[in-house]
Design a protein around this ligand. Structure first.
Ligand code: ADP
Length: 310
C-alpha cells in the first residue's frame, strides 16, 4: 500500500531524512518511533505529498506521490502535527466543510454524524472548535482525517499536549480504527507505539535504525548479551577498532563516562557464549586498565535508547 524507496529530504543542505526505504502492506498498523528531531514529521509530510522528497520515490496505493499526487492524496487521511482547525466553526460545520473539500457530495451529513459517533464528539457537535479542549480538538482533527474513509491514515504525534485521561481515550480511539485503514502513527513515546502498533520503525537522525514487531525488538535484546565496560588507556577509536575485530562482538558503542580518565562502552555480543571472560582477557592483554565490567539486561525502553544514541 505504501512504498518508500531511497527517500531523502533535505532542508537546504541539512538531511532531515536520509535514504529511507520501507514498505507497508494494506491493513498494517505501523508506528514511526523516534526522539524529537528524528525526522518523523518530515517523513509524514513527504508521504502525504505535503512536501516533495529531495530524492527517491514514494507511492501510495500504486500512485506516485509526485507524478500522480491527486490520486495518491485521495487515498490518504492526515492528522498533521499542528491540525489546521477553524476555531470559529462548530465541529459539525468544520466536518461538513472538510467532507466537501474531499469531494464528497452525497450523504455528507450521514457520514459526518457517523464520524462524530466514532470519535465520541456527540456532546460537542454544535460547539465552536475554539471552545474545545486540546483533546477534543485532536478528536476533531482525527475526524477530518477519516471523514472520507481513506485507505491510509497518517497520524503525526496524535496525543501530544493532551491530558492523560484524553491520551488513553485517544489511543483507544486510534486502536478502534485499526484494520479499517492502513495506519501509520508517529510518536516519541515508546508505550504509545507498542500499545497500538504491530510493527515499529525506529527512526533516528533521519535514518531507520530498526524495523520489527515490539515482541521481536524485545527478543532481539534478549538474544544478545550486553555489557558495559569502563577502561583506561588508549583512545576511544582504537578501543572500538580492537573490539570490532572479535567475531563474538556484534556492536560496540561509546557512552559518556562519569570519570574523565576512563572510557565507557556498551558492548553487544552474541548469546550462548560466556563472553565476559573473553572481554576481560582482551582488555588485560592490550594493557587497558579495567575499572568496570557489568552485564546489562535491556528493557524495550533501553533498546530504544540504544538504537537512538550514538
Ligand atoms: P520529528 O518529527 O521527528 O521531531 P522533524 O521531521 O520535525 O522531526 O525534523 C527533523 C529535522 O529537520 C530537525 O532537525 C528539524 O529541526 C529539521 N526541520 C524540520 N522542518 C524543517 C524546516 N521546515 N526547515 C528546516 N529544518 C527543518
Amino acid at each position: 500500500m505504501i512504498e518508500v524507496s531511497n527517500m531523502s529530504k533535505y532542508y537546504a543542505d541539512y538531511p532531515a531524512v536520509l535514504d529511507v526505504s520501507f514498505s507497508i502492506k494494506a491493513g498494517e498498523t505501523v508506528g514511526l518511533l523516534g526522539p524529537n528531531g528524528a525526522g518523523k514529521s518530515t517523513t509524514m509530510k513527504v508521504l502525504t505529498g505535503f512536501t516533495p522528497p529531495t530524492d527517491g520515490n514514494v507511492s501510495i496505493g500504486g500512485f506516485d506521490i509526485i507524478k500522480n499526487s491527486f490520486e495518491a492524496r485521495k487515498l490518504l487521511g492526515y492528522l498533521p502535527e499542528n491540525v489546521p482547525l477553524y476555531l470559529d466553526m462548530t465541529v459539525t460545520e468544520y466536518l461538513v466543510f472538510m467532507a466537501k473539500i474531499r469531494g464528497m457530495n452525497e450523504s455528507v451529513n450521514k457520514r459526518v454524524n457517523e464520524v462524530i459517533e466514532i470519535t465520541s464528539l456527540g456532546d460537542y457537535k454544535d460547539t465552536l472548535i475554539g471552545k474545545l479542549s486540546k483533546g477534543y480538538r485532536q478528536r476533531t482533527g482525527i475526524s477530518q482525517a477519516i471523514i472520507h474513509n481513506p485507505k491510509v491514515l497518517i497520524l503525526d504525534e496524535p496525543t501530544i499536549g493532551i491530558d492523560p485521561v484524553q491520551v488513553v481515550e485517544t489511543r483507544n480511539l486510534i486502536k478502534s480504527l485499526e484494520g479499517e485503514h492502513t495506519l501509520i502513527l508517529s510518536s516519541h513515546i515508546l508505550p504509545e507505539v507498542t500499545s497500538i502498533c504491530k510493527r515499529i520503525l525506529v527512526i533516528h537522525e533521519g535514518k531507520i535504525v530498526a524495523d520489527d514487531t515490539p515482541d521481536n525488538l524485545s527478543k532481539r535484546l534478549q538474544s544478545t548479551n550486553v555489557c558495559e565496560i569502563e577502561v583506561s588507556g588508549s583512545n576511544k577509536l582504537d578501543i572500538i577498532k580492537l573490539f570490532r575485530k572479535e567475531s563474538y562482538i556484534i556492536d560496540i558503542r561509546s557512552k559518556p563516562s562519569t570519570n574523565s580518565s576512563y572510557n565507557t562502552f556498551i558492548i553487544e555480543t552474541s548469546s550462548n557464549e560466556s563472553v565476559e571472560q573473553k572481554i576481560a582477557k582482551l582488555v588485560v592483554e592490550n594493557s587497558l586498565g579495567l575499572r568496570k565490567l557489568i552485564p546489562l539486561s535491556l528493557s524495550l525502553e533501553e533498546i530504544f535508547l540504544q538504537l537512538t544514541s550514538d
